[in-house]
Design a protein around this ligand. Structure first.
Ligand SMILES: [Zn+2]
Length: 260
């Protein structure tokens, strides 16, 4: 409880106009099994501890917690465009958020699913997606990028993308039904399925599946953290590595308010 927060950041998103961070579990006040900086309200943690952790994270980033917008994530591919009137809200049944409002911060929560961060430094707009295997196959990351183009006027060639810490191909074993669905969704990318076993199980590369769909949309600059949450439950909450009894870390992404 005395250790300080540790936040992960991407080189591709290093820009004075942008606030972004991936939280780790270091530095929070939650106790086992959500030990550390748990930011999930629905994992059986003490609500006061969760609220305290949210306050710690906002303070570390220097942002007002009332300016954060989050979502009730459902492993779907619905995208919401949010604005100042949404500050403090939890958007229902949404796995992608986009905004052009400065001083408003998008936040989604993760414990193995893939965070996809999007930034347009020209148009000044951001997007954030939550992609587990269902969201990845439903192309929630590509749809978030496409919503930035259609709803916010971004040019796809200006977009930068970052793939956050999440379960890697080293640890993400899936059953035959997920293998079949992945091959159907990405028929031109056989490399997404690795280490096939006689029982039909295999390892799925969610990082590559998200990179692939962002490339197909036309994004060139994509940075992948390459950090597996299941390999590093000391740093991140991992649903798989901790058999579902764990917390949630967060990604926060937003445009700094205009300085006068
Ligand atoms: Zn791993």
């Amino acid at each position: 409880m005395t250790e300080s927060l540790a936040l992960y950041r991407f080189d591709a998103l290093a820009d004075a106009a942008l606030v972004h961070a991936v939280s780790t579990r270091l530095g929070g006040g939650s106790l086992l099994p959500t030990a550390g900086l748990n930011l999930g309200h629905t994992v059986g943690d003490d609500p006061q501890a969760v609220a305290g952790n949210h306050a710690l994270l906002a303070a570390a980033l220097g942002i007002p917690s009332g300016q954060i917008v989050s979502a009730h994530q459902v492993h779907g591919n619905q995208i919401a465009m949010v604005e100042q009137s949404d500050a403090g809200r939890v958007i229902s049944e949404t796995d992608g958020l986009i905004t052009e409002t400065s001083g408003l911060y998008l936040m989604l929560r993760y414990a193995d699913c893939v965070p996809v961060l999007l930034y347009d430094p020209i148009r000044q707009a951001v997007g954030l997606a939550h992609a587990g295997w269902q969201g990845t196959l439903a192309r929630v990351a590509a749809r978030t990028a496409q919503a930035m183009v259609s709803d916010l006027g971004c040019r796809v060639e200006d977009l930068r993308a970052a793939i956050g810490p999440s379960i890697g191909p080293c640890c993400y074993e899936v059953g035959p039904e997920v293998v079949t669905a992945t091959v159907a969704a990405f028929p031109d990318a056989p490399g997404l399925i690795k280490r096939r076993q006689a029982n039909g199980h295999a390892h799925l590369d969610l990082w590559a599946a998200n990179v692939r769909q962002l490339e197909q949309v036309g994004i060139d600059l994509i940075e992948t953290a390459g950090l597996c949450t299941a390999c590093r439950p000391d740093l991140f909450f991992s649903h798989r590595a901790e058999q579902g009894r764990t917390g949630r870390f967060a990604v926060i992404l937003g445009l700094r308010p205009d300085r006068i």
